[in-house]
Design a protein around this ligand. Sequence first.
Ligand SMILES: Nc1ncnc2c1ncn2[C@@H]1O[C@H](COP(=O)(O)OP(=O)(O)OP(=O)(O)O)[C@@H](O)[C@H]1O
Ligand SMILES: [Mg+2]
Length: 224
Amino acid sequence: MTNQQSAVLVAEHLSKSFQIDEIGISVIKDVSLQVKAGEFVVIMGKSGSGKSTLLSLLAGLDYPDSGRIMLNQDDLTVMDEEQLALKRQRDMGFVFQSFHLIPTLTVAENVAFPLQIAGKPDSERVEELLQAVDLNHRRDSMPHQLSGGEKQRTALARALVSKPSIVFADEPTGNLDQKNANQVMDLLINLQQSFGSALVVVTHDQAVADRADRVITIVDGHTV
Ligand SMILES: Nc1ncnc2c1ncn2[C@@H]1O[C@H](COP(=O)(O)OP(=O)(O)OP(=O)(O)O)[C@@H](O)[C@H]1O
Ligand SMILES: [Mg+2]
């Protein structure tokens, strides 16, 4: 099936519930979706509708109760933690609302980190990314010395440094003012397009959704 072949990510019949006070709350209900190579997909929906939960399942940060998730033909749901960590290292990039930079590493070291842990240091690649997010002049700064926009630009460079086939971003502009939000989103889309990664972004921003190839809306754990 050609459709399946060009898909980086195929999720089928995902369900997830959480136990709260011994009551099972069903958060993701039979969700199936595909993301094609190089595609930019936005996930929208009200607060509490299950967007972050879905993203962590797709990114192999949590296991679904049922269903399967194929990333480049490998089923994430049958992998153990160690295999998942390796898969994330090789195939995925992440951008979080609250940046998640390593506080004891400089900007350049944060960007280089995924290549370091993969045992594939590549200083040229790090330079390329630092240039791309316009942070060469802050390369030796520590995260606490950066503005919010600079922190998120560092995180973008780190997410894309290892040429992942897919990048996941959960409200990447949620902690930024409008000007920085626009700049970070422009950069993320430019980087994704120039490196050919697929991109899945959770956002509340209609202007971001307008730029996506496809918008998936979640209502009460279902995609509509
Ligand atoms: N680890 C957890 N334990 C228990 N309940 C959880 C857990 N994670 C999420 N939930 C619940 O699942 C529902 C969906 O949460 P989720 O974070 O996916 O929503 P969201 O769509 O990302 O919302 P927001 O736009 O506010 O970020 C919420 O009711 C939340 O309380
Ligand atoms: Mg969320």
